[in-house]
Structure formats: structure tokens, C-alpha cells
Design a protein around this ligand. Structure first.
Ligand SMILES: [Zn+2]
Length: 353
């Protein structure tokens, strides 16, 4: 299970490998990037590479291996989460559920990483000598779950880390961390994955090819998110997209009926808005490349072609922006009916804005 199991992250991996081969790992890393792109996997592989004892192909004398073997004792312990020098910190309720943490005083475990957990790490576990590994790791995933108190309790350790120890903070919202935390970490950016690569992986994971393309397009570059999406539910939302595409700009009563029908389920309404963005992107692609354009919503090809002929590209862009705003409003607490009506007013009377 070497670094090749990570896809689409060559830049971050290049930096890690260079540090491994020089034996010059930072004391603290911030792995930043969208969810589901391999940040947690990279943290595990890094700990494995630095502690790997497999094979003869070792790194330079001063350095670590630049690729873990995945099969030796340390590699396997780290993969199982049982290596005594590779410590994990996660949300209190996740750790409690795994039987690895018990909140003091019988509290209900919270969804944060709390100050007690950081103190336990710093005062107890990090004060011990290393057990068996070459380098100790602390993987805090998700680091954005550290509440402010917990972050402050971690500051001193980031400033003066114990010898031969590397902390890896894994965060999809790194801006949720205090600037004092961020500035003490070497930041590695993990990129959203390209859609074509995602579609390939999804097809390899057993998704039908036409589903794979749709899921990849909707996933925001995250394999984790793409795998969590339900293709059947999305197909059902496609009908709503077709209905929106068929609305008569001259008859406002049809928009209100559409908005009211869609507004019954907030989450479904938000998904419809996301699919509308995707469909409008298809319209733009069709305008640029004609029938050869690869469409995410292939079943709507006829409507896509019609819209591509009827609308100016600027109008398509404006409608896409309105759908994006509606989806964002629905993620907050906007009234679904109002958010959808507003989007349609923008679509058909955008010049009035
Ligand atoms: Zn190994």
C-alpha cells in the first residue's frame, strides 16, 4: 500500500517524499484541502514511510524510506491503528464510540475535539518516550473539530514539540483554525480531484459509467463525497431539472407552481439547484463544442441542445450563478419556496436586478 494508492496529489506527495528522503520532516504539518481527496490517507502513509522496516530498498542513510512497504510489522500496525507511536485524535464522540476515550464526569461526548483530549495527549502520551518506532506521529483528523480552547492547549506543543515527533493536522476548513495554529504548521495543499480521474475511480468501484460521470461532476472534486451520493435519488432530481428547463418565461404562474412543488423538501430542492448548475454547465459546453460535448446529464441532451440554441452564453452564466446562490441559501435557512422563486425571477428577468 505505497503512496501510489493516493491519486491526483502529486504536488503534496512530492513535498513529503523530498522531506522523507532528507530525513527532514517538519514538526507540524497542516494537510489542507476538500474532504475525501486523500489527506487522511497521506497522513497514514507518511507515518508508515517514516517507520517502515520492510525490504532492503531503504532511503538514504540520513533519511526515511520514501515509500512504505505496507507489509512489515510497523506498516501493518499503523494501518490497523495499533502502533503505540502513532497517535490519533478525533472528535470526542468518535473516539468514545471506538472505546478510546471517556469524557470526564460522565458528560455526553461532544462533536468537538475538546481541551481534555488535548491535555491527555500533551501531558500524558507525549511525555512518554517513544516505544518502538523511529518517529512518533500525532494525526489530528479532523483538526477543524478542535474547539478554540483545545487549539490553545495545543499551541505550546506546536511551538516546542517533543523530539522526533511530527504532528499532522488534517483539515478541510483550515480557516476554522486559529492563525496562531496555522502559522506554526507547514501547510500542504491537497487539490480537488479532476472529474475525469474521479469518474474512472467511480467506474472501477462499480458505478455505471453514466452515473460515474454525473457523480464525479457533482462531487466538488471529492472521491469521498462522490461515493456517498445516491445515483437513484439524483436521477429522480433530473426530472425536476427537466421541468425547470421547460418553464415558460412569459408565464409566472408556472414558476410559482414549480417552486411550490419543489419546496416541499429542502434537501431535495438544494440538490435540484446543484443539478441545475450542472445542467447549465452542460448548456455552455454544448454551445462551445456542439453535440460532441461530453454532458454530465446525458439524458437531458435534447433540452440541453434546445437551450444552447435559445440562450446567449451570458444568460446561461447568469442562470448558473442564480442556481448557485439558491443552493447556498438553501444550505442556510432560507425558505425553499422563496429561494427558488428568486432564482427563477433572476433567470427570466435578470435584467431587473
Ligand atoms: Zn513497511
Amino acid at each position: 500500500m505505497p503512496f501510489s494508492e493516493l491519486i491526483g496529489q502529486d504536488r503534496a506527495l512530492g513535498a513529503l517524499r523530498a522531506a522523507l528522503s532528507r530525513g527532514a520532516l517538519h514538526h507540524a504539518y497542516l494537510f489542507a484541502g476538500p474532504e475525501g481527496v486523500g489527506k487522511g490517507t497521506a497522513a497514514r502513509l507518511l507515518a508508515q514511510a517514516a517507520n517502515c522496516e520492510g525490504g532492503a530498498a531503504s532511503g538514504s542513510a540520513a533519511g526515511f524510506r520514501t515509500d512504505p512497504c505496507g507489509a512489515c510489522g510497523p506498516c501493518r500496525k499503523i494501518a490497523r491503528g495499533t502502533h503505540p507511536d502513532v497517535l490519533a485524535l478525533a472528535e470526542e464522540r468518535v473516539m468514545a464510540k471506538a472505546g478510546r476515550w471517556e469524557p470526564k464526569g460522565g458528560r455526553t461526548p461532544s462533536k468537538d475535539i475538546v481541551v481534555d483530549q488535548v491535555r491527555d495527549l500533551v501531558d500524558h502520551r507525549l511525555s512518554l518516550r517513544r516505544f518502538e518506532g523511529r518517529r512518533r506521529f500525532v494525526v489530528i483528523d479532523p483538526a477543524d473539530a478542535l474547539n478554540p480552547q483545545a487549539q490553545n492547549a495545543l499551541l505550546k506543543t506546536l511551538e516546542e514539540p517533543p523530539a522526533d515527533t511530527t504532528l499532522v493536522l488534517v483539515a478541510s476548513s483550515p480557516d476554522a483554525l486559529l492563525p496562531t495554529i496555522r502559522s506554526r504548521c507547514a501547510r500542504l495543499a491537497f487539490a480537488p480531484l479532476p472529474e475525469a480521474l474521479l469518474a474512472e475511480r467511480l467506474a472501477a468501484a462499480g458505478r455505471a459509467p453514466e452515473d460515474a460521470r454525473l457523480l464525479a461532476a457533482l462531487s466538488g472534486g471529492s472521491l469521498g463525497r462522490a461515493l456517498a451520493l445516491d445515483p437513484d435519488a439524483l436521477r429522480a432530481r433530473e426530472e425536476a431539472v427537466a421541468a425547470a428547463a421547460a418553464l415558460d418565461p412569459g408565464d409566472a404562474s408556472t414558476w410559482i407552481t414549480f417552486a411550490a412543488a419543489q419546496a416541499e423538501d429542502r434537501e431535495a430542492a438544494r440538490e435540484t439547484c446543484e443539478l441545475l448548475q450542472l445542467w447549465l454547465r452542460d448548456v455552455l459546453a454544448f454551445q462551445a463544442a456542439g453535440a460532441a460535448a461530453p454532458l454530465a446529464l446525458a439524458e437531458l441532451a435534447e433540452r440541453t441542445a434546445a437551450a444552447a440554441g435559445a440562450l446567449a452564453p451570458a444568460d446561461v452564466l447568469r442562470r448558473g450563478e442564480a442556481a448557485r446562490e439558491a443552493a447556498a441559501a438553501l444550505l442556510q435557512n432560507a425558505s425553499p419556496a422563496l429561494a427558488l422563486e428568486r432564482m427563477l425571477i433572476d433567470w427570466f428577468h435578470g435584467e431587473l436586478r
